[in-house]
Design a protein around this ligand. Structure first.
Ligand SMILES: NC(=O)c1ccc[n+]([C@@H]2O[C@H](COP(=O)([O-])OP(=O)(O)OC[C@H]3O[C@@H](n4cnc5c(N)ncnc54)[C@H](O)[C@@H]3O)[C@@H](O)[C@H]2O)c1
Length: 439
């Protein structure tokens, strides 16, 4: 297998997984990050994020000399004897206040690559970006590539999910390559030669749209089942059964049909927002996406609504939040529904206690969560509480000693925002129990 010298710019959830997995496939990879704290951790041979399975691969490839780190694109691309042939852009594309994607980091990387390249270079955009970004990257490279060296820009969107990122990268459902030349396509096919998956080759714009359209579709599926759950609550039906009945139809499929407290994380909310913004900017009002957003906001208010229904006056009451991360198996707190749930309850003068097995250290530093009392374990968290709300379905919450929980709480009320428990079992243990869309 032909191997390449690869530079991955941005060593976050996507960049570090990409760099590590490409090294595992045999390529020589330098991960570049401009955050000095992150770089220090990486150079000390540790990973700065929580991602199951990543550390083992990381250690193996660092020790094999296939994975190293740099603080600038110039340094990362110019390793002696190993000048980068392919540069992956994996920097953040955060939302601006108006919902559009902030692409300034992508532009900065394109400029730095143009100034550092010495031969034909393939720039691969792995960050999630709006359609037409590839054209802008290409224009930027042309502007700063003073010697007129040949280059190609490829769109290679990433579909990994935090928590299962390594497996998702190495065994993806598909690899999408948006290319402008057969030369770039050939390089990219060789980069991914070690991965068994269908490769879809498209033009750059279609590849960019595949990512936004896919994430917005998955977000739509979540909001759809959350809306169905709201109807189930009104009529006393069970959304779990409804979802099962829907999911058995192979045209629908059973994934992403779990109701809950709304979607969060760094991808769905911002990608939905950016896709909606872009469609409008181009002259099409994609109002379905607006409805998906509105349903998601409503879903995040479920805990507040249930607290109101059960506890009458909220001032001075205490709610224990079990879990804070937007989903289990990640420490990522970006756009986690927990942040909105805290805001809504605090606005009503509710005292808050919280426990999360992994994201707590990050959560404690967030200004939005100031005033929340963080607890060392779930039992301490529910102590004296008037309600315990399951916000993240961490598997360890499933095994809680419910007798002990009941003894510790002031009011035995469980608001199961992730449908983690069996309603009959919790009620038999003496709790008032509410779950999403189930009687
Ligand atoms: N997190 C996910 O699950 C996921 C999945 C698929 C796609 N994506 C997309 O991938 C992109 C990256 O997401 P992420 O979650 O890895 O973000 P992240 O914030 O974890 O990582 C981005 C990294 O880029 C670094 N960076 C920013 N500007 C830089 C520059 N000019 N030079 C070098 N480093 C720079 C930051 O310090 C940071 O470490 C986003 O566009 C995101 O939408 C994310």
């Amino acid at each position: 297998m032909e191997t390449f010298n690869v530079c991955v710019v941005g060593a976050g959830y996507v960049g570090l997984v990409t760099g590590t997995c490409l090294a595992e496939l045999g390529h020589h990879v330098v991960c570049v990050d401009s955050d000095p704290k992150k770089l220090k951790v990486l150079r000390a041979k540790r990973i700065p994020i929580y991602e199951p399975g990543l550390d083992k691969l990381f250690q193996r490839n660092v020790h094999a000399g296939r994975l190293s780190f740099a603080g600038t694109v110039e340094e990362g691309m110019g390793r002696p004897g190993r000048r980068a042939q392919v540069v992956f852009i994996a920097v953040g594309t955060p939302p601006r206040a108006d919902g559009s994607a902030d692409l300034s980091a992508v532009e900065a990387v394109a400029e730095a690559v143009a100034k550092s390249m010495r031969d034909y270079t393939v720039l691969v955009d792995k960050s999630t970006v709006p359609v037409e970004t590839g054209e802008w990257v290409s224009k930027t490279v042309a502007r700063f590539n003073r010697k007129g060296l040949p280059y190609d820009v490829v769109s290679n969107p990433e579909f990994l999910a935090e928590g299962t990122a390594v497996n998702d990268f190495l065994k993806p459902d598909r690899v999408v390559l948006g290319v402008t030349s057969p030369r770039a396509e050939a390089v990219m096919r060789k980069i991914y030669a070690g991965i068994k998956a269908p490769i879809l080759v498209t033009d750059v714009k279609s590849a960019e749209l595949i990512k936004h359209a896919s994430n917005s579709f998955l977000a739509t599926k979540i909001s759809y089942i959350n809306a169905v759950a709201a109807v189930c609550e009104k009529v006393g039906a069970d959304v779990t059964l409804v979802a099962r009945g829907m999911g058995l139809d192979h045209r629908i499929g059973n994934q992403f049909l779990r109701p809950g407290l709304g979607f969060g994380g760094f991808c769905f909310p911002k990608d939905l927002e950016a896709f909606y913004w872009l469609s409008r900017q181009k002259g099409y009002d994609f109002h379905l996406l607006k409805a998906v957003k509105d349903i998601n906001e409503f879903s995040k208010s479920w805990v507040l609504r249930k607290v109101e229904e059960n506890l009458w006056n909220l001032e001075g009451k205490t709610v224990a939040l079990l879990g804070l991360a937007f989903k289990p198996n990640t420490d990522d707190m970006r756009f986690a529904p927990a942040v909105d749930i805290v805001r809504m309850l605090r606005n009503r003068q509710v005292s808050l206690r919280a426990f999360d097995p992994v994201s707590q250290a990050i959560a404690q530093r967030m200004p939005e969560l100031k005033g929340v009392r963080f607890c060392p374990d779930p039992y301490d968290c529910v102590k004296g509480a008037d309600a315990a709300a399951v916000v993240t379905e961490w598997p360890q919450f499933r095994d809680l000693d419910l007798k002990k929980v009941k003894r510790l709480m002031r009011v035995p009320l469980i608001l199961d925002g992730r449908n983690l428990y069996d309603p009959a079992a919790v009620r038999a243990a003496g709790f008032t129990y509410c779950s999403v869309g189930r009687p």
